[in-house]
Design a protein around this ligand. Structure first.
Ligand code: CA
Length: 229
């Protein structure tokens, strides 16, 4: 089996080296860049399957590198953040990152997040159903395009997966735990309000924009995507 390629972009050389050795030990094919510009160049050259991206980097910031990668690629990106940089700050910037790990981290946590992200990509590419609908909203699963009427909605990868999961189970009430387990993965370690935060992002981009209620809240239970009023 071909090894997954990982690109580490981290300016703390010792930390980068440590993660590199650990990942190599796990059987990954590893590339390292120590600043944002080199990171972007190595991304284009090596076409990694997943990127571990430090937030504070010389040359180009992690957020900027992430945005540029997202212009051409849906590759999973896990941000490495320092303490005090909250989830809202990191992911709410719409950088397109999939997940984040706070430093100092245990390598097992990074490995767990990587496995979840890589598995998610794989399960999406294996899905045979092509288009799903919710009212006038359509999801082209293979091409990962969401449209309302004929207007395309720009979603981050995680927003897309959350919407996909809700629509796949439309008209069924789903608990936060079910969403967390299916969209973030069973080994997700982090803020438990992440589901609510992402529901809010989706509502801003879809419900509010089109003045239609696609995602309903059942207080104390969870959420559901409703097809008919
Ligand atoms: Ca740094």
């Amino acid at each position: 089996m071909k090894s997954d390629k990982v690109l580490i972009v981290e300016d703390e050389v010792k930390l980068a080296r440590f993660v590199e050795l650990e990942l190599k030990h796990e059987g990954y094919d590893v590339y390292v860049a120590n600043d944002g510009r080199d990171g972007l160049n190595k991304f284009y050259d090596e076409k990694p399957d997943i990127v571990l991206l430090d937030l504070m980097l010389p040359e180009l910031s992690g957020i900027e590198v992430c945005r540029r990668i997202r212009k051409t690629s849906k590759v999973p990106i896990i941000m490495l953040t320092a303490k005090g940089e909250t989830m809202d700050k990191v992911l709410g910037l719409d950088s397109g990152a999939d997940d984040y790990v706070t430093k100092p981290f245990a390598i097992e946590e990074v490995l767990a997040r990587m496995r979840v992200a890589l598995k998610r990509v794989k399960s999406f590419s294996e899905n045979s159903e092509t288009v799903m609908t919710l009212k006038n909203l359509t999801i082209d699963i293979a091409r990962r395009i969401v449209k309302v009427d004929n207007e395309e909605i720009e979603l981050t990868k995680r927003e897309f997966e959350l919407l996909y999961y809700l629509v796949k189970n439309k008209n069924i009430v789903i608990s936060r735990d079910q969403i967390l387990n299916n969209v973030w993965g069973y080994d997700y370690i982090g803020e438990t309000n992440v589901v609510d935060v992402y529901i809010r992002y989706l509502r801003t981009k879809i419900d509010d924009k089109y003045n239609t209620k696609y995602i309903h809240t059942i207080r104390g239970v969870g959420y559901f995507a409703k097809d008919e009023e």
